[in-house]
Ligand binder design. Structure first.
Ligand code: SAM
Ligand code: SF4
Length: 328
């Protein structure tokens, strides 16, 4: 078992399979993009599989594939299939922008993907295009419907809440759960390496953050009822609208962080284990993997070094990577 010095048992590994993306969301990466890793520094599928096998032997049961955009990496369905065959892995999920989901949903499901999280910050096509710097809302919407048709369940929609950008749509987004059995989750924006001014027309960066308490206050008109269940591996707190089919969750890494319950490790596309999303501490796995060395001691080291919690409240923002390079 992978248990850290604070008694937190690690059951969940989030794997970024690429640092490339077919969108350029304003909160996730700078307009000019990021320097891309060369192909030989990105983990090959067999290397990812090796990490999953070692992790599964140590009690990890859940894998989430993320990116960059996981569906933009060639052969991603094959990776899902490979991971699904690892004994001990009971839950494979993915976080995607949904652009390519219409094409991939069915085969992902057949390969063993169980559920999916799709990023959706707005229901307005022109706004969607501005936030994602060119993405098509309609294409993502078709992707969501395709995921539902394929039987991926649950479907979770992730909304990063931004003042002056999409905070007038919280109620509309939450109300999707009236007609659809989807989970809509509101996420506080994290100040990773995204603190430079965004594109023209966006508010100043220091005005964009909206705390969970305000998000909830704005949703009070919907009279949300708490749902008594633990939701997956995540820290979202879950509610529903009376008579609705879906659920509404809140992820508040900043104002009410959940570090005490954190059960996860992250693996970057270039093969670094990250014990905490919001700490720059990383343990490189790739050199050991490529030399054929045992990586278990490195996994154990990452767990031992897992910080007690992040330090964003103290305004420590020494982040070397953007979210696209970590995977969220
Ligand atoms: N491309 C995929 C997607 O967009 O879903 C997966 C990678 S993306 C980095 C994973 C998640 O991180 C997305 O839900 C995205 O909205 C979220 N994210 C990116 N930057 C963020 C930020 N600064 N604060 C909070 N969430 C962020
Ligand atoms: Fe790409 Fe996802 Fe980041 Fe948007 S949030 S730029 S879709 S990685």
């Amino acid at each position: 078992m992978l248990t850290d010095p604070l008694g937190r048992t690690i059951r969940y590994l989030r794997i970024s399979v690429t640092d490339r993306c077919n969108l350029r969301c304003v909160y996730c990466m700078p307009p000019q993009g990021i320097p891309l890793s060369s192909h030989d520094t990105i983990m090959r599928y067999e290397e990812i599989l090796e990490v999953v096998k070692v992790a599964a032997e140590q009690g990890i049961t859940a894998i989430r594939l993320t990116g960059g955009e996981p569906l933009a990496r060639m052969g991603i369905t094959e990776l899902v299939r490979m991971i699904a065959s690892v004994p001990g892995i009971h839950d494979i999920s993915m976080t995607t922008n949904g652009l390519l989901l219409e094409r991939f949903a069915q085969e992902l499901k057949e390969a063993g993907l169980k559920r999916i999280n799709i990023s959706l910050d707005t229901l307005k096509p022109d706004r969607f295009s501005r936030i994602t710097r060119g993405g098509s809302f309609e294409q993502v919407w078709r992707g969501i419907l395709a995921a539902e048709k394929a039987g991926l369940n649950p479907i979770k929609l992730n909304t990063v809440v931004m003042r002056g950008v999409n905070d007038d749509e919280l109620s509309d987004l939450a109300s999707l759960t009236l007609e659809h059995p989807w989970h809509v989750r509101f996420i506080e924006m994290m100040p990773v390496n995204n603190q430079e001014a965004w594109d023209d027309g966006f508010p100043p960066i220091n005005q964009i953050f909206v705390a969970l308490s305000e998000i909830k206050q704005r949703l009070a008109v919907l009279n949300l009822k708490p749902v008594q269940e633990k939701s997956g591996n995540g820290p979202a707190r879950v509610f529903s609208i009376e008579g609705g089919q879906g659920k509404i969750g809140f992820i508040s890494p900043i104002s009410e962080h959940f570090c005490g319950e954190c059960n996860r490790l992250r693996l970057t596309a270039d093969g670094n284990l990250r014990p905490c999303l919001l700490s720059d501490l990383e343990i490189p796995l790739l050199p050991a993997l490529r030399k054929g060395e045992d990586i278990l001691p490195l996994l154990q080291q990452a767990v031992q070094l897992k910080p007690e919690g992040h330090t964003l409240q103290q305004n420590q923002r020494t982040f070397t990577r953007c979210m696209i390079q970590i995977g969220g």
